[in-house]
Design a protein around this ligand. Structure first.
Ligand SMILES: Nc1ncnc2c1ncn2[C@@H]1O[C@H](COP(=O)(O)OP(=O)(O)O)[C@@H](O)[C@H]1O
Ligand SMILES: CC(=O)OP(=O)(O)O
Ligand SMILES: [Mg+2]
Length: 418
């Protein structure tokens, strides 16, 4: 069975096509910087060189259409036709209290994803657009939603409740849900495997720092706490999101700048974070470059980002009464040796000791970057949200095809031209 996985992030759309008989990747790629003039499609077929194409890709619908086209392209593609896509798994960021596991997508599920737009305004709309774009192009293919929130369902009330009146929790589900769950789960399992230690006896902190960023405290393999909250706005400073602020700033800003609720929401989600502090740069690569050239705002943005991350690491070590493994993943965590070094150099009080050469060497794969005598193992583990999603999509699509006698992988239903 071939499973296409679509991961519609806030600024990027990643895809991977898996042959699930052996969990091999037939092709993968990404569309980065969606919404900017310099959007770029990178397509990597497993058996041929990578293709890069810069073009204007303004939204997720266009991005998906490009991906589907390239998968069947006579020269660059890996499939004879769209009929060879047997199921599609989608990353859906917010599952609210409705979804505690992955589900086959139907009209009810789509409605629920839409209902949750308010709680994940940068993400659920992109995911639904992806689902509808796939449905339009591959109407007979089963689609499965895999939620970022699921892994964090193990958090105890002491972590997930907010200290506000109960009615908000009871009536409106106001609580911490946490996000990037498939990523935190994947890298924690992988770090345990690579260290040869039992995950169910480890104190681990995983830092998923991409455009969106979150930290998780993973005690004995289960999420104990995580920095994102009811929405992906809380916690760390991010590309365009504020992360933690004093909640009193919201009414204050509305009053002083005559802003509506929607405008404040948009300000905190889309015009804050690195972007706001640096004066217009939301991408960590740009920040690092500008800071190295003496741009003081970019330097402040980097310093705040690093400082806030380090404070969370300290807090979660306290939450678990110790730490044996620290993991960096996602765009910034995997690629920025400078960020990792800056954080780790200031955690020596807890026994973190970096191996500078290992930290600088960019092998691309899993790598331990702590010194042999470090009390805390520090790892860079490239995340693989897509593999986790493919496994769930495979399981759900197989289960529903058995139940309904549909979703036949050999279906000859015609797919429309792209
Ligand atoms: N070499 C690098 N150095 C620093 N930051 C990087 C590097 N490569 C990518 N990034 C950053 O990673 C972020 C994107 O991460 P990613 O996990 O792809 O985001 P998302 O999935 O949330 O769209 C961007 O801020 C980008 O600047
Ligand atoms: C939940 C979230 O912030 O996702 P992303 O990092 O893909 O923006
Ligand atoms: Mg991401």
């Amino acid at each position: 069975m071939n499973i296409l996985v679509i991961n519609a992030g806030s600024s990027s759309l990643k895809y991977q096509l898996f042959d699930m008989t052996r969990e091999t990747v037939l092709a993968k790629g990404k569309v980065e910087r969606i919404g900017m003039e310099t959007a770029m499609l990178t397509h990597e077929p497993a058996d041929r060189p990578e293709l890069r194409e810069v073009s204007e890709i303004w939204d997720h619908t266009t991005a998906i259409r490009k991906v589907l086209r390239i998968l069947v392209d006579p020269k660059e593609g890996v499939l004879a036709s769209m009929e060879d896509v047997h199921a599609v798994g989608h990353r859906v960021v917010h599952g609210g209290e409705t979804f505690s596991g992955s589900v086959r997508i139907d009209d009810v599920v789509k409605r629920e994803i839409r209902r949750l737009f308010d709680l994940a305004p940068l993400h659920n709309p992109g995911a639904l657009t992806g689902i509808l774009a796939v449905e339009a192009n591959l109407p007979h293919v089963p689609q499965v939603a895999v939620f970022d929130t699921a892994f964090h369902q193990t958090m105890p009330p002491v972590s997930f409740r907010y200290a506000i009146p109960n009615v908000f929790y009871k009536k409106h589900g106001v609580r911490r849900y946490g996000f990037h769950g498939t990523s935190h789960q994947y890298v924690s399992e992988r770090a345990a495997q690579r260290s040869g230690k039992p995950l169910d006896d480890m104190k681990m902190i995983t830092c998923h720092i991409g455009n969106g960023a979150s930290v998780a405290a993973i005690l004995n393999g289960k999420s104990l706490d995580t920095s994102m909250g009811m929405t992906p706005l809380e916690g760390l400073m991010m590309g365009t999101r504020s992360g933690d602020i004093d909640p009193a700033i919201v009414p204050f800003a509305m009053d002083k700048e005559d802003l509506s609720l929607g405008e404040v929401n948009s300000m905190l989600n889309k015009h804050s974070g690195l972007f706001a502090v640096s004066g217009g740069m939301g991408d960590m690569r740009e920040i690092v470059e500008a800071a190295s050239e003496g741009d003081r705002n970019a330097k402040l943005a980097f310093d705040m980002y690093e400082y806030r991350l380090r404070k969370y690491i300290g807090a979660y070590a306290a939450a678990m009464n110790g730490l044996d493994t620290l993991v960096f993943t996602a765009g910034v965590g995997e690629n920025s040796a400078l960020l990792r070094k800056t954080v780790c150099e200031r955690l020596t009080f807890m026994g973190v000791k970096l191996d500078d050469a290992a930290n600088e060497s960019g092998t691309g794969g899993d790598r331990r970057i702590s010194a042999d005598d470090s009390q805390v193992d520090v790892w860079v583990i490239p995340t693989n949200e897509e593999l986790m999603i493919a496994r769930d999509a495979f399981r759900e699509a197989s289960a529903s095809s058995e139940c309904e006698g549909q979703a036949n992988p050999d279906s000859t239903a015609p797919s429309p031209a792209l």
